[in-house]
Design a protein around this ligand. Structure first.
Ligand code: IPD
Ligand code: CA
Ligand code: CA
Length: 259
């Protein structure tokens, strides 16, 4: 694996250990309605940023809490970090959150690392090197039947309740079971590891999914072309699943294509 991949995995491991110290206890404030911030979000992002900058001073960094400098999307190497994904779970003591670190090269996601410290699951993927959890190769579900598929429908206040419920209705009318667990990044890890068949969200930010997209693709799965337009800074729709369900799910949700 690439030097950056090994560093990324180690960094996610250490950042997750740091985050877990405050699990369920870190003081919270609100960034918006149902948008929780704990003091650990900022602290863990600072740790990740300073580690990247010390090791790769010419690489660009974009993080959920501190943002990124102008033009990061054009950088050769761009690290996209979510110090804690699933913060609402984290603050409530629900063990479903992770640290997410993705790396883009010339705008293409090439490395992804996720650490779920509650379950000691460390995920890593690099383009053409496969997807791994704790040194075991992982693969997406082989399920080809919408009637047997479980789909996580991610939710945030960035889209209307009506639009969210319409997506859920379409997914369920297509025969799928639906869940929502509150961490987009871990939802993608669940797809990559074959624990559920798909993750979709009408709008998700790049720091939630940069790492998970690499995991799903390297686990043999398929995602829409998330990193188009200004998705690095503004987010996009996301559908991630296996190849067999890509078309029926895209048709059900109304995403034009999963290229
Ligand atoms: C959120 C979670 C959630 C997803 C949202 C994200 P946060 O991130 O990943 O599951 O549906 O789109 O904003 O606030 O926990 O870092
Ligand atoms: Ca997030
Ligand atoms: Ca976050």
């Amino acid at each position: 694996m690439d030097d950056r991949t090994l560093f990324c995995r180690q960094l996610a491991q250490e950042a997750g250990q740091r985050a877990h110290v405050g699990f369920g206890t870190s003081p919270t404030s609100m960034k918006g309605r149902h948008d929780v911030l704990t003091e650990m979000d900022a602290a863990v992002e600072r740790f990740i940023r300073s580690s990247i900058t010390a090791r790769y001073p010419h690489d660009a960094v974009l993080g959920e809490e501190e943002g990124g400098s102008a033009g990061v999307a054009q950088a050769e190497w761009l690290w996209i970090i979510d110090p804690i994904d699933g913060t609402a779970n984290y603050a409530r003591g629900i063990a479903h959150y992770c640290v997410s670190i993705g790396v883009l090269r010339h705008g293409v996601p090439v490395i992804g690392a996720l650490h779920d410290p509650s379950h000691e699951r460390l995920y890593i993927a690099e383009t053409d090197q496969g997807a791994w959890m704790n040194d075991q190769r992982i693969a997406v579900s082989p399920c080809a039947d919408m009637g047997a598929a479980t789909v996580e429908c991610g939710w945030s206040t960035r889209r209307t309740t009506a639009d969210y419920l319409a997506m859920v209705t379409r997914v369920m009318n297509a025969g799928c079971a639906m869940r929502r667990a509150g961490s987009g990044a871990l939802g993608l890890a669940d797809v990559a590891a074959g624990r559920m068949e798909a993750y979709c969200e009408l709008h998700i930010n790049s720091w939630d999914c940069a790492a998970g997209i690499v995991l799903v693709r390297e686990a043999g799965g398929h995602t829409n072309n998330f990193f188009t337009g200004d998705a690095v800074g503004s987010g996009n729709v996301l559908v991630a699943t296996n190849h067999a369900l890509a078309k029926p799910l895209a048709d059900a949700i109304g995403v034009a294509s999963l290229t």
